[in-house]
Design a protein around this ligand. Structure first.
Ligand code: ADP
Ligand code: MG
Ligand code: ZN
Length: 484
């Protein structure tokens, strides 16, 4: 039985590191990196006799995220201890939330292959990150534990098993990541692990009325790995079912080198976490005033922004989606449009440049918008030079490339590189005359009806003017001389 006879079912658990300056239960820095164990104190080291105190910013960010995703916000939620032993967890438990998480319900709207899907959320809760085991840190091959990350605040965002394909899972993650970044609660960095996900995957025969047994896959720090891991897992599970075997509920680890998942622990031996309410922290109270204030401060989110770009500016769904996928890019576009003009024509022209050349250069250089030397004002200036026919299309691309690399003023680049277009009729006329004189045979064929040769003449004149001839002037002169 082929894979196509099976329905894939996926539920995702996302861990998003919150962009607070200090940790969730102490004042230590959350900065990434740093000398091992340099951002620690008795609280996040888990020494006896200390008391945690809750970072107010964590609560606000959880509420902001919950409101943006349409969750119910609990006015009273509680922390719980999740007990397990691991070297990177000196306390012997993780302070998390269990029975009464701060947010419940909600959804993420995603567009997959043109179709709109609503992926329901189960819950969002606050918790602390654990430390990190580091291997081979000394000559004798010993391992060490770095607790800089211990106590860094996380949101765990749990989806219902609503995802029905790998494409949907990837789109859900991308959408969620963009929203968190818009909200300023997460930096979206998969490599550094500040946005990471565990995928719960099961398969069932199409039309079945019960879900299959799921496996949870950990350790995917890129969208590509997620895709590979889920694809592998689906094939593995379908293979088992086809062979009349059972899928065992277990946690599996993705190995990027081999492109496969392998068993880490089965649910039978899995932990009974013995959750119980955290006695050292009082319940978290979220007063209605806090909810109202955070709601009033919510930024415009990607989908709303895309709708505005389509409705007010007349952009295509495709252009709008590209522009809003990153908040900094959308803000750059807004600022550049304000500097350049208004109305659908200006917006369309600007969007083309943003999604075309600017995106290409940014990709090529691997630069985030915050690092761009191109400013909205400079991009607007390049488009104005183009509109005024001071430079042509190829010239504009050259100017953009230079401004992107150096941050120079566009007008300066045009002067320094001699990119200004020749619109001076006299100079172009001389080139036209020379080209026509040298192409007597083509001129004859053109006059005899082969109008396609116009392209040839334009090309020759452009060559003669080193690409700087204003195409409109070139065309007009050629037509005149050829007697049209
Ligand atoms: P656990 O505590 O073991 O992680 P949860 O009930 O919290 O279990 O579920 C975790 C995730 O598993 C959720 O995202 C949920 O959507 C997903 N899930 C549950 N059942 C299935 C299934 N049959 N197939 C795929 N995903 C599932
Ligand atoms: Mg889980
Ligand atoms: Zn600390």
């Amino acid at each position: 039985m082929p894979v196509s006879d099976f329905q894939v079912v996926i539920g995702l658990e996302v861990h998003a590191q919150l962009l607070t300056r200090s940790k969730i239960f102490c004042g230590c820095s959350t900065e990434f990196g740093g000398e091992p164990n340099s951002h620690v104190c008795p609280v996040c080291l888990g020494l006896p006799g200390v008391l945690p105190w809750l970072n107010q910013k964590v609560v606000e960010m959880a509420v902001r995220t919950g409101l943006a995703l349409g969750c119910r916000i609990r006015d009273r939620s509680v922390f719980a201890r999740k007990n397990y032993f691991y070297p990177d967890l000196p306390k012997g438990y993780q302070t998390s939330q269990y029975e009464a998480p701060i947010c419940e319900g909600g959804e993420v709207e995603v567009t997959v292959g043109g179709a709109e899907r609503r992926i329901r959320l189960t819950r969002i809760h606050m918790e602390e990150d654990a430390g990190k085991n580091v291997h081979d840190v000394s000559p004798d091959g010993a391992s060490g534990v770095d607790l800089n990350r211990a106590g860094v605040p996380l949101l765990e965002i749990v989806s219902e098993p609503d995802l029905r394909s790998i494409d949907e899972a990837v789109e859900y993650l991308k959408t969620l990541r963009a929203i968190l970044m818009y909200l300023g609660v997460n930096d979206g960095n998969l490599q550094e692990g500040s946005f990471r996900c565990d995928a719960n995957v099961s398969v069932m025969r199409k039309g079945a009325d019960r879900y299959g047994t799921r496996c949870e896959i950990k350790n995917m720090n890129s969208f590509r790995f997620l895709r590979q891991a889920v694809e592998y897992e689906v094939r593995r599970q379908v293979g088992l079912v086809e062979d009349g075997k059972q899928v065992v509920q277990e946690t599996r680890l993705f190995d990027p080198d081999r492109g496969e998942t392998r068993s880490m622990r089965s649910k039978e031996e899995a932990h009974d976490y013995r959750y119980f309410p955290e006695p050292d922290l009082p319940p978290v109270l979220v007063p209605p005033e806090l909810v109202a204030r955070v709601r009033a401060e919510l930024p415009e989110l990607p989908r709303a922004r895309a709708a505005r770009y389509q409705g007010d500016l007349g952009l295509s769904a495709y252009d709008a989606a590209l522009l809003v996928s990153e908040r900094a890019v959308a803000e750059f576009f807004d600022a550049a449009l304000a500097a350049y003009g208004s109305g659908p024509e200006a917006a369309k022209r600007l969007a083309n440049w943003m999604n075309g050349e600017v995106a290409r250069l940014a990709n090529e250089r691997g630069e985030a918008p915050s690092a761009w030397k191109l400013t909205p004002a400079r991009l607007a200036e390049i488009l104005r030079l183009l509109d005024a026919q001071t430079i042509g299309g190829p010239g504009a691309k050259a100017v953009l490339e230079e401004v992107f690399a150096t941050g120079a003023e566009p007008g300066e680049v045009v002067r320094a590189k001699g990119l200004a277009q020749v619109s001076d009729t006299g100079a172009i006329e001389a080139a036209v005359d020379a080209v026509l004189a040298a192409s007597a045979a083509e001129v004859e064929r053109y006059r005899a009806g082969n109008k396609k040769l116009m392209g040839f003449f334009v090309g020759q004149v452009m060559k003669a003017t080193k690409g700087k001839g204003n195409p409109a002037v070139v065309n007009a002169l050629l037509k005149k001389k050829l007697g049209e």
